[in-house]
Design a protein around this ligand. Structure first.
Ligand code: PPS
Length: 568
């Protein structure tokens, strides 16, 4: 593998003067508001990270990338970089037209000359690019449920990069990194891609990789979009900074990559290699299950553990980066050091902590030994992931009108406030309808909107370490599932089915609404003239007939204790 040429890569930006002019002209163009993923893609298109791409893929390139991993001119490119838009937006355009591409605050970042517009076969794209049309794959899920129906392709003219307010000194374009390497005389550079915090084993393996390749080391973490559920990049970067101090001086540097990962395993590894070659790296560390998306809907791995390495090796000369094997490092207790798992000699005690075990120890506030990680890293992780008993959570009551949701929710609120420690907010059905959703009625659409609003507020409360108690009817299972997903990104979601039968609710008829519903004076009344999906797997089911409210609320408290959410 030749040493990397450190000549600049082509960027898509125009000069400062042209950008100023273009910006004022572009103000009159039809504009597309970029999604967070598109902003990441555009940044790497414009700064040369995606060279040789000159814009969002036109249709011929797209087809060829999907089926053959190559652009129409034959150049290796494994990942479709497409501008997906809505059908309504696409319909109003003419081919050859320029459109402005704006960030989420409305700032014009670039213009796109639309040369191609087509409706992709997404199932075909999923099968070829990600290996299966299975929505358990995060990128396939995105493709079907978030990406627009129409793709636009054409050359991009760059006006300005997306603005980042965080860690500015650690963000470099490919050309800035190339210039840095040139200045320091780094002729060989091993890049390490990561979306996880680094611990001692990573530090050992990266340092060894660099030593074996007789190269310098670039820690090149992804801070754009990673796998849902990953540790946020703010925390990670603070952890990386701490690890950086552990490398011998001037051997290693770190730069942040604003890439939107697809978790595409083998194809993603090749893509990562091309991106690193553009950033002036000569070597790239590829491990077991590189950029793996987790399990498919049948509970099996999407890709074989070494598929990414095999594909990378096959295309290595075209990628322009040499693959360095990721050594699985384990701690040998007797020798008090890390060694590659496959090189261990003698009868020794090998220690290792898996990712799952680490998360468990963090969430339960248990010890994380010094041999495993650096104290500064553990301290950062503990700040972001306090033990469960200190995290925010949501208790979500669901049940018929008059089932007793509000009464139990109120009792629960008081009990939790008596315990103290975390702020408690009650989002009762009636209160929400008065304050947040006063314009909404009871159609399916309005009920969904109402529940999504409650879910949004509860997720914010949960994210910020509070307790949200929600008590709407929430009759539809699909909407409850969406709310659960929103909240579980930040803390626990405890669904409590207040299982009072419709007969009992009607018998109680505390607000006289059932009578009105029976006589047809209230339409679409849950349980009478509108459906209620009984929760299949709630965390708790509470019966209220012949049971005191206090007892019902106590059952919830016991459940919370059992889940580790409140100290026993
Ligand atoms: S939903 O479906 O979750 O959006 O409902 P929610 O916001 O909890 O509001 C339910 C309360 O509104 C009153 N009400 C009705 N309920 C059901 N169906 C219809 N058509 C309806 N019209 C008014 C009723 O008092 C509910 O209060 P609760 O506290 O549940 O008894």
């Amino acid at each position: 593998m030749p040493e990397q040429s450190l000549a600049p890569v082509p960027e898509l930006y125009v000069s400062y003067e042209s950008a100023q002019k273009l910006k004022s002209e572009a103000a009159d163009l039809i504009s597309w508001d970029l999604t967070p993923r598109q902003i990441c893609d555009l940044e790497l298109l414009m700064n040369g990270g995606f060279a040789p791409l000159k814009g969002f893929l036109p249709e011929a390139d797209y087809n060829s990338v999907v089926t053959d991993m190559r652009l129409a001119n034959g150049a290796l490119w494994p990942m479709p970089i497409t501008l997906d838009v809505s059908e309504e937006f696409a319909e109003g355009l003419e081919l050859g037209q320029d459109i402005a591409l704006r960030d989420q605050e409305g700032v014009i970042l670039a213009t796109l000359t639309v040369t191609d517009r087509w409706s992709p076969d997404k199932a075909h794209e999923a099968k070829h690019v990600f290996g299966a049309d299975d929505q358990a794959h995060p990128a396939v899920n995105y493709l079907h449920n978030q990406a627009g129906k129409v793709y636009l392709g054409g050359p991009v003219t760059g006006i300005q990069p997306p603005v980042h307010y965080d860690f500015r000194a650690r963000r470099d374009t490919p050309n800035e990194l190339r210039a840095y390497f040139r200045k320091l005389g780094w002729r060989k550079v091993v890049a390490f891609q990561t979306r996880n915090p680094l611990h001692r084993a990573h530090q050992e393996l990266t340092f060894r990789a660099a030593r074996e390749a007789q190269a310098n080391l670039l820690i090149h973490p992804v801070v754009g979009m990673t796998k849902p559920g990953d540790v946020d990049h703010f925390t990670r970067v603070r952890c990386y900074e701490a690890v950086l101090d552990q490398y011998p001086g001037s051997t290693t540097t770190m730069s942040l990559l604003n890439l939107a990962m697809r978790m595409g395993g083998p194809r993603e590894a090749v893509w990562h290699g091309l991106i690193r070659a553009n950033h002036g790296c000569t070597h790239f560390i590829v491990g077991r299950d590189h950029a793996g998306p987790g399990k498919n809907s049948a509970g099996e791995d999407f890709y074989g553990p070494y598929e990414a390495q095999d594909l990378f090796r096959k295309y290595q000369s075209e990628i322009g980066c040499e693959m360095v094997d990721f050594k699985h490092m384990v701690y040998v207790q007797e020798r008090a050091q890390y060694e590659p798992a496959d090189e261990i000699e003698g009868d020794v005690t090998v220690l290792n902590i898996s990712g799952t075990e680490l998360r468990r120890r963090l969430s339960e506030g248990l010890e994380i030994p010094e041999w495993f990680s650096f104290p500064e890293v553990v301290a950062e992780l503990r700040k972001t992931r306090p033990p469960r008993a200190k995290q925010g959570f949501t208790v979500f009551f669901t049940g018929f009108s008059g089932s007793g949701k509000s009464t139990i929710a109120n009792a629960l609120m008081v009990k939790l406030m008596e315990m103290g420690g975390r702020p408690v907010t009650l989002l009762d059905g009636d209160i929400v309808r008065k304050n947040l959703s006063s314009e909404l009625g009871f159609s399916k659409e309005h009920r969904d909107l109402n529940i999504r609003r409650i879910g949004y507020v509860a997720s914010e409360i949960t994210k910020n370490g509070g307790i949200a108690i929600c008590a709407p009817i929430a009759p539809y299972a699909s909407t409850r599932r969406l709310v659960r997903e929103d909240i579980e990104a930040f803390g626990a979601f405890v669904e409590v089915h207040v299982a009072t039968s419709i007969e009992e609710c009607e018998r109680r008829d505390r607000k006289g609404l059932y009578k009105l519903a029976r006589s047809g004076k209230i339409k679409e009344f849950t349980g009478i003239s509108d459906p209620y999906d009984v929760p299949e797997k709630p965390e708790l089911k509470v019966e209220t007939e012949n049971v005191e409210v206090d007892n019902c609320a106590h059952q919830v408290i016991l459940k919370l204790e059992q889940m580790g959410l409140i100290a026993g």
